[in-house]
Every structure is written in structure tokens, then in C-alpha cells.
Write a protein that binds this ligand. Structure first.
Ligand SMILES: CC(C)(COP(=O)(O)OP(=O)(O)OC[C@H]1O[C@@H](n2cnc3c(N)ncnc32)[C@H](O)[C@@H]1OP(=O)(O)O)[C@@H](O)C(=O)NCCC(=O)NCCS
Length: 183
């Protein structure tokens, strides 16, 4: 028996968390719908409440508090499609796809998502990215692109799980994953 097994650990008091009430592990409880221009205020509120790390991983730049309108509007009107998830009349996640810049020879849809911190780890990100991927594929994308910070372990794991064979290319501090369609 090693030192860590000598005696059972003392009971640990777990403080009651309001998040346990508002964020059930069942992700189906959170409806997903298309984003609209009317979501501007709610999306701004959601992003304003996120951790700096989540914001940085999603936007790879400082977004401000509240985030500037010029950052939010393209999230609601991409040249592809965008979605939001809701809980208690608030937005808790956003995902989108948009045609990649520069008219690449292969029609390429870039995917991105952000889930409010208390709601991460419940399957919402996977659900949203899978929806965006299917929609972009149906719209004619021949490949999907996901641009991820090399420090963003959760997203790297998610991509590796969902698209295990996706080629990855390092671009400085970023990793570009390309997923050929159909998926
Ligand atoms: C990346 C991101 C969108 C993923 O969303 P998410 O909702 O947290 O993702 P999921 O819940 O689908 O998966 C995350 C983890 O939860 C786990 N999980 C999912 N559903 C679960 C459940 N019901 N019970 C327990 N664990 C669960 C998954 O297995 C996964 O585990 P891992 O991190 O150990 O690999 C989210 O973390 C985020 O917004 N991050 C900041 C912004 C960002 O990085 N965006 C991506 C740039 S494209």
C-alpha cells in the first residue's frame, strides 16, 4: 500500500452551487435555433459575461466589455449560417459557419462556436459544431476549416473525437484543421 492509500480521505463539504440548478448535464434541455438580428443585445450580454480565456480562444483578440458592435454583428449575419442556444430566455451559446476568406480553390466553410462557461462540458459545443458542419456541407462546402489556438485543449480534444482523421497544419500559435466533406 502506498502513502496515498493509508487511510480514507476525510469527507469534503461541497458548497451548494447555483449552477447545479441552472445547468443540468442534459444538453437537450437547451433549445438551439437560428440566430437573428434581434439577438444582438442578448449575444452582447452573453459575451460580456464570459471568461477572458473563452473569449480569447474564440476570437483570438481582445473583444472589449461590452464587446463592440462591429464584432457581434457578423456573428448574427455571416455569409453562411449561425445558431444560438438558450436557457431561461438568455443566450448560452453561439455557433456559425462562414465561407473562408480569399476564395480558396476548394469551397471552404470555417466553423466556430462559443459556449458560456457554466454550460461548457455538457455536449452543447459538439452539438452546435455538428449542426454547423452538416449545414455547411449541405450548402456546398467541400471542406470544413477549424482554426484553433494550440493551447485550446478542450477544442482540440473535441475535434479529434469528432473528426479523428482531419489533417492539422500548424500556423504559429494556431492549428488549422481541415475536414473534407461529406462527413
Ligand atoms: C470549445 C467549446 C465550444 C466546446 O463546447 P462544450 O459545450 O464545452 O463542448 P462539449 O461539452 O461538447 O465537450 C467538452 C467536454 O465535455 C464532455 N461532455 C460532454 N457532454 C457531457 C455530459 N453530458 N456529461 C459529462 N461530460 C460531458 C465531453 O466529453 C468533453 O470532454 P473533454 O473536454 O474532457 O474532452 C467550449 O468549450 C468553448 O466555448 N470554449 C471557448 C471558446 C472556444 O474555444 N471556441 C472554439 C474555437 S473554434
Amino acid at each position: 500500500m502506498n502513502q496515498t492509500q493509508l487511510s480514507p480521505p476525510p469527507p469534503v463539504a461541497v458548497p451548494a452551487s447555483p449552477l447545479l440548478d441552472v445547468a443540468p448535464r442534459r444538453t437537450e434541455a437547451f433549445p438551439i435555433r437560428r440566430a437573428t438580428g434581434g439577438d444582438l443585445g442578448k449575444l452582447s450580454e452573453m459575451l460580456d459575461g464570459l471568461s477572458e480565456l473563452s473569449l480569447y480562444f474564440r476570437f483570438q483578440t481582445s473583444v472589449g466589455h461590452p464587446p463592440r458592435r462591429s464584432l457581434i454583428e457578423p456573428l448574427l449575419h455571416p455569409n453562411g449560417q449561425s445558431w444560438v442556444a438558450e436557457h431561461d430566455n438568455r443566450l448560452i451559446a453561439h455557433a456559425m459557419w462562414a465561407w473562408a476568406h480569399g476564395a480558396p480553390a476548394t469551397p471552404t466553410a470555417e466553423l466556430a462556436a462559443i459556449v458560456a462557461d457554466p454550460y461548457q462540458g455538457r455536449g452543447l459545443g459538439l452539438r452546435l459544431l455538428t449542426l454547423a458542419a452538416a449545414h455547411a456541407t449541405a450548402a456546398g462546402a467541400a471542406q470544413l476549416l477549424l482554426v484553433v489556438s494550440s493551447a485550446n485543449d478542450r477544442t482540440l480534444r473535441l475535434i479529434r473525437r469528432r473528426w479523428p482523421t482531419a489533417p492539422a497544419e500548424r500556423d504559429g500559435a494556431l492549428i488549422n484543421f481541415t475536414v473534407p466533406t461529406p462527413i
